[in-house]
Structure formats: C-alpha cells, structure tokens
Ligand binder design. Structure first.
Ligand SMILES: Cc1cc2nc3c(=O)[nH]c(=O)nc-3n(C[C@H](O)[C@H](O)[C@H](O)COP(=O)(O)OP(=O)(O)OC[C@H]3O[C@@H](n4cnc5c(N)ncnc54)[C@H](O)[C@@H]3O)c2cc1C
Ligand SMILES: NC(=O)c1ccc[n+]([C@@H]2O[C@H](COP(=O)([O-])OP(=O)(O)OC[C@H]3O[C@@H](n4cnc5c(N)ncnc54)[C@H](O)[C@@H]3O)[C@@H](O)[C@H]2O)c1
Length: 489
C-alpha cells in the first residue's frame, strides 16, 4: 500500500491544474492510456487537423460556383496522418516525460487502470493499493457501443477489425473507399465531412428525422437540408445487426419508427463502419458507485458547483471531479474551466488543513452560463444558450430573428452560399437567450453573441454600441440583433 497526499485519475484536463501551488505534495497521477486524454490524442485536436484540409478539399471541388476553375484530385492520407500525429504524439510523449521525470520529483505516474476499493483507496491493474488524502477524478468518457448482433465489442478499435469508433478511425492505415456511419450527432457529422471530402463514399445512418437533432430545431433542419443535398444520408433508420465479411461489413437496417413513411434500404455495405452514438462517463470502470459515490441516471459522478464529489448526498472531504466524468457538457473548454476551478478549490482545501475543511466562501464556483458548442463539419454549426423551444418552455416572452448570410454583402461575395444566424432574446429584458449559426465559419461568427451572453449585455446595445466591420460576415449577426422585436420599442 502506497500513500499520497493527492491522487489524480486521468490526464486530459486532469493534467492541467497541477502547478507550483502543489509542489510540496506527494502526488500520484494514474493514466491507463494516452497522456493528454481524449482531446489531444483522439478528439478535438486531431479531428480539426483533419477537418481543415477536408474543407479545402471540398471547396476545391466547388470552385465552379465562384467562377473559378479548381478541382480536388486527391489526398495523401499517409502524409496527412504523419503531419497530424507526429505533432500530437510528440506532445503526448512530452507530457508523460515531464510528469514522470526529474523535473517533477514529487509526482509519480501510475501508467495503469485504477479502480476504487474504498472511498480513498484505488487498486491498480497490477494489484497495488494506493491511498490518498485528496483525490481528483478526471477520468473522462468513452464511446458507447450498441448491443446488436455481429458486433464484437472487444475487437472494436483493434487492428484489422472494420468496426471502429473515433478512438481509432483517424489512424486507419488506409483511407477506406467506403464508410458507413451509425449515428448523426457531432462526431458522426465531423467524420462524415472529413471522409466524404477526401473521396470516401460515406453513408450516414440516422435514427431521427434530422441530423444534429439535439441543437435548435430550425438550425438542425437547415443543417439537415444542406448536408443531405450532397451526402448519402438515410434518415429514420436503425442499425440492427452487423455482418463482418471479407473486406466489408454489411449493416442491416430497419425503420427506427421515428420518421413517418420512410423508405429504408434493407442494408448498407461498407469497407469500414464508424459507430458514433454518444459517449458515456467512465464511472463504471472506476467502480465509484461500489464505494458509495453518487452517480446520476446518465452515469455521471455527482458534483456540486464547487466540483466536490458527493456520496450519500454529502460532499466527500477532499474529493473533486471535473470534465466528461461529471459534467453535463462533454466539451474541452468546459473540462478546462472545471479544471481551473478544481485547482483553486483544491489549493484552498490544502491551505485549510484537513481534507474538506476549506470554508465554502473561499471556494470558487463553476460557471456553466453561456456555454458555446460547435460542430466542425460543412457547413459549420455553432450554438450558445437555449434553443427556441427551451426558451419558450422556460416561460420567456421571446423575440426571434433569423438572418440569412446572403442578406449581407459578404454573403454576396460568397455567391449567396447558404447560412443562417438565429438569435433568441427575451422581449422584456432584452437579453440574448440563445444563438444558433449554421454556415461558413459559424464557429468564429458566433463569438460576439457568446460574449454578449457571458457579460449579460442587452441585445440592442450589442448591435448599436460597437462598429461592425463592413463588409464582413458578422454583419449578419448585427442585422439579426437589429431585427429583434423588443416590448418597448
Ligand atoms: C472525436 C472527438 C472530437 C471532439 N472534438 C471536440 C471539440 O472540437 N471541441 C470540444 O470542446 N470538445 C471536443 N470533444 C470532447 C472533448 O475531447 C472532451 O470533452 C474532453 O477531452 C474531456 O476531457 P476530460 O479530461 O474530461 O477527459 P479525457 O480527456 O477523456 O481524459 C480522461 C483520461 O482518464 C483516463 N482514465 C479513464 N479511466 C481511467 C482509470 N480507471 N484509470 C486510469 N486512467 C483512466 C483515460 O485514459 C483518459 O486519458 C471531442 C471528443 C471526441 C471524442
Ligand atoms: N466539436 C465538438 O465540440 C465535438 C466534437 C466531437 C465530439 N464532441 C463531444 O462528444 C460528445 C459525443 O459525441 P457523439 O457524436 O458520439 O454524441 P452525440 O450525443 O452528439 O450524438 C449521438 C447521436 O447518436 C444517436 N444515437 C444514440 N443511440 C443510437 C443508436 N443505438 N443507434 C443510432 N443512433 C443512436 C443519438 O440520437 C444522437 O443523435 C458530444 O456530445 C460532444 O459533447 C464535441
């Protein structure tokens, strides 16, 4: 049995807050997989490094729309992978070496799976018991696999098995000629864009009548309209079995019952199948429920606004959690924010003396207001705040404006490419309740609306109180704000 002052489980955002404030503590960091976790190794960073060239490839094939003669003639998959993963893998190795080497003599890296055997005790895969006064649980989430015949869950993401998740698809030795994607959420749409743009024959299998169905209805409908226009999408279909053959997988389909009068083909055959149906918090593998920690109906560790972990509806002294294991937002910017909160609160707890003794008024609260999210597909999607339905259900007297990109001069420069800015505001308070953008660089165009929500600025002041560069795309945001109809105008 080895005892530490602090145990951190997971090196995604869990690796972010350990700075000089903790130099006097003996610290163990458990990481069973890639140092740096999901975002660095298989998430945000490599996906966007594939998305950018994919968008260039797609645009090259569309030059005629802008009266220029361009064509996409291929991608060098191997050198693209090398460029991306030589960078990612070097950062992974550097992070591991930094924590493992002489520069951090107070830190011990445990490169193994750990699971709880008591409230403040974990056992490593090799059987060692580790105890700690304080623990930070930052163990993330993993892809969900459907329980359907023909899917060998143990072989998913192993070399040669053609059914994969986001954990391995970017490292496939060859770009597949055809790809079936089960799911129609964020991961499904980003990979559909990447592979289709590079010339793979992609088929998206969606249960719902719309793609990205969790976003605002109008934004989702607009995205679905645009994406289905030039991609193979089967809406209202459920994948009910897989048959792995020689060089291909047959996916059997049935109507999902979520779309009326749908004509679903019996099956789709592709070289590779990507399963992208959500990610579940890694609470089960950690055995947290078995030692009494509270886990909610979605499998998340229960934390309060100070990121303290709960057991029997009371905080466990000195135990914090952050990121996908406990957060309602599976987003890196949220995991990072929560890591900063944990770092500050853990430090306050250490200064206070015994675990759990820090006064509440000395602890920092997590801010989950105006959390933005984006889908880096084509067209891009960016959202912040409530959907229109949520705003109405919350009892707001709402005013809504949808502005087309093609209404502003930059939209004309883009040959009237489709794109919408939808802003939802409260008619009485003039505050922005939500904003949803579908179109070119939506992830950048939305930022003034995120800022306005974060700083609680009235919508009309945001529109009129600053210059908007002319003729730039954010003029569509300005016009959407100006189009809102307030009670006393
Ligand atoms: C394909 C993809 C693309 C994404 N793109 C974006 C994006 O563009 N923008 C965005 O904001 N978010 C994106 N995300 C989400 C983002 O990656 C996550 O929200 C974020 O990485 C979560 O960080 P985390 O620290 O909570 O967990 P992770 O980074 O997953 O870290 C958890 C770590 O804990 C380790 N671990 C788990 N259990 C144990 C155990 N029992 N013992 C030892 N170690 C353990 C894991 O190996 C892992 O390294 C994407 C996710 C995916 C999958
Ligand atoms: N750009 C980004 O910020 C980014 C990118 C990728 C992932 N992420 C994060 O990772 C999370 C997980 O992504 P995801 O795309 O796996 O999940 P998701 O929740 O976005 O989408 C999952 C989709 O799969 C569908 N689904 C669920 N069960 C199914 C089944 N059995 N068969 C068919 N479809 C089924 C759901 O209805 C949903 O539409 C996201 O919610 C997001 O927070 C973020």
């Amino acid at each position: 049995m080895t005892h530490f002052d602090l145990l951190v489980i997971g090196t995604g955002s869990g690796n972010m807050f350990l700075d000089d404030r903790f130099a006097d503590l003996s610290i163990a960091i458990a990481e069973e997989w890639h140092f740096g976790g999901t975002c660095l190794n298989v998430g945000c960073i490599p996906t966007k490094m594939f998305v950018y060239p994919a968008t260039l490839a797609e645009q090259a094939g569309r030059g005629g729309r802008y009266n220029v003669d361009t064509a996409f003639s291929g991608v060098d998959w191997t050198s693209l992978q090398d460029r991306i993963f030589s960078r990612v893998d070097a950062i992974e190795a550097g992070g591991r070496a930094y924590r493992s080497g002489d520069r951090q003599p107070n830190v011990t890296v445990i490169p193994e799976h750990v699971h709880f055997t008591a409230e403040k005790t974990v056992r490593t895969a090799s059987g060692e018991e580790v105890t700690a006064d304080r623990i930070v649980i930052a163990a993330g989430a993993s892809p969900i696999l459907p329980e359907v015949p023909g899917l060998d869950a143990a072989r998913v993401d192993t070399p040669g098995y053609p059914i994969v998740t986001s954990n391995s698809i970017m490292r496939l030795p060859q770009r597949p000629a055809s790809l079936a994607i089960v799911g129609s959420g964020v991961i499904a749409m980003e990979f559909a864009h990447i592979f289709a743009s590079f010339g793979t024959e992609v088929t998206v299998i969606a249960r719902s009548p719309r793609l990205l169905r969790s976003i605002d209805g109008e934004a989702s409908a607009e995205f679905t309209r645009l994406f289905t226009a030039d991609h193979n999408v089967i809406l209202g279909a459920e994948a009910t079995s897989f048959r792995v053959g020689e060089g291909s997988v047959e996916v059997t389909l049935e109507p999902s019952g979520r779309v009326d009068e749908v004509d679903v083909p019996n099956s789709v055959t592709a070289e590779v199948v990507l399963v992208a149906i959500g990610r579940e918090p890694n609470t089960e593998g950690l055995g947290v429920a078995e030692v009494g920690y509270d886990v909610d109906s979605e499998g998340r560790l229960v934390v309060d606004e100070f990121q303290r972990v709960y057991s029997g509806a009371a905080p466990v002294p000195g135990v914090f959690a952050l990121g996908d294991i406990s957060s309602p937002f599976q987003l890196k910017h949220v995991a990072n924010h929560e890591a900063h909160v944990v770092g500050d609160n853990l430090h306050a707890d250490v200064l206070a003396g015994s675990p759990g003794s820090a006064a509440l008024d000395g602890l920092r609260r997590t801010n989950h207001h105006a959390v933005p999210a984006a889908v880096f597909t084509s067209p891009q999607v960016a959202t912040v705040g409530m959907t229109e339905d949520e705003a109405r259900a919350a009892g707001h007297d709402v005013t809504v404006k949808v502005q087309n990109f093609s209404d502003v001069a930059y939209g004309w420069a883009m040959a009237d490419d489709p794109g919408i800015v939808k802003v939802i505001a409260d008619r009485a308070t003039r505050r922005i309740l939500g904003a949803h953008i579908v179109g070119h660089e939506a992830t950048m165009v939305i930022q003034p609306l995120i800022q306005a929500m974060a700083f609680d600025q009235p919508a009309d002041e945001v529109a009129r109180g600053q210059y908007w560069i002319h003729p730039a795309l954010p003029e569509a945001v300005e016009n959407a704000l100006l189009g809102l109809d307030f009670a006393d105008r």
